[in-house]
Design a protein around this ligand. Structure first.
Ligand code: TYD
Length: 205
């Protein structure tokens, strides 16, 4: 008898406009086709409270530490209500962003110290880390062009180039710091080429 497939926690990351969201359902479909039960979720959000916090976080200006604390507050609820129960019942969890986003946006983008963010990470999830993080990477000008000009941009999407340079830089720094967990996806490629890369990564899981 084959042993059950070990549950896994997979996160999708990247700067706004890198195109990660369009690939999440593709990966979920690949896993479901392999008979894996998948819980697909997102941050900030993923719970009723988290979605309310998301609305505030994406539209209201606030002190940078308030922003980081609310990201982790939303995450605490998300872990308790969604991520930990899903992993415990054997589902794989796919999350559109997780703690790497806080290091990238509030750390790299807004310059909140890494030490403070590490303290919050230790407090909120000392024992949980993604097994795999797919980082969708594109140069800033490409990302900017991809942001949909037909809808209004949220608080983060309205930030300037130096903010996104900091966000991208911190994502790449973390990818270098945790090479066993991160896979960098060259998101300047065509949709089909990105999908081929994703299928190859998923096939090896
Ligand atoms: P995003 O995931 O890009 O959703 P959509 O594709 O619907 O725009 O939006 C979430 C925004 O929140 C994004 O700009 C990054 C930001 N964010 C942080 O600043 N810190 C965090 O910890 C997380 C999870 C997200």
């Amino acid at each position: 008898m084959s042993s059950p497939i070990k549950p896994r926690f997979i996160t999708f990351e990247g700067i706004d406009g890198a195109g990660k969201s369009s690939h999440i359902s593709f990966v979920v479909d690949l896993l479901v086709a392999r008979g894996i039960r998948v819980t697909s979720t997102r941050e900030p959000g993923g719970t009723a409270l988290g979605e309310q916090l998301r609305t505030v976080l994406l539209h209201q200006k606030m002190h940078l530490e308030t922003e980081a604390l609310l990201m982790f507050a939303s995450r605490r609820e998300h872990l308790a209500q969604v991520i930990e129960p899903a992993l415990a019942r054997g589902d794989w969890v796919i999350s559109d962003r997780f703690t790497d986003a806080t290091f990238a946006y509030q750390g790299g983008g807004r310059h909140l110290s890494r030490a403070k963010l590490e303290q919050l990470e230790q407090w909120v999830h000392p024992h949980v880390q993604p097994d795999l993080t797919l980082l969708f990477d594109v140069p800033l000008d490409v990302a900017r062009r991809r942001l949909d000009a037909t809808r209004s941009l949220d608080k983060f999407e309205q930030e300037q180039e130096d903010f996104f340079a900091g966000v991208r830089g911190e994502y790449l720094r973390r990818a270098a710091q945790f090479p066993a967990r991160f896979r960098i996806i060259d998101s300047t490629q065509s949709m089909d080429a990105v999908r081929q890369d994703l299928a190859a990564i998923v096939a090896h899981l």
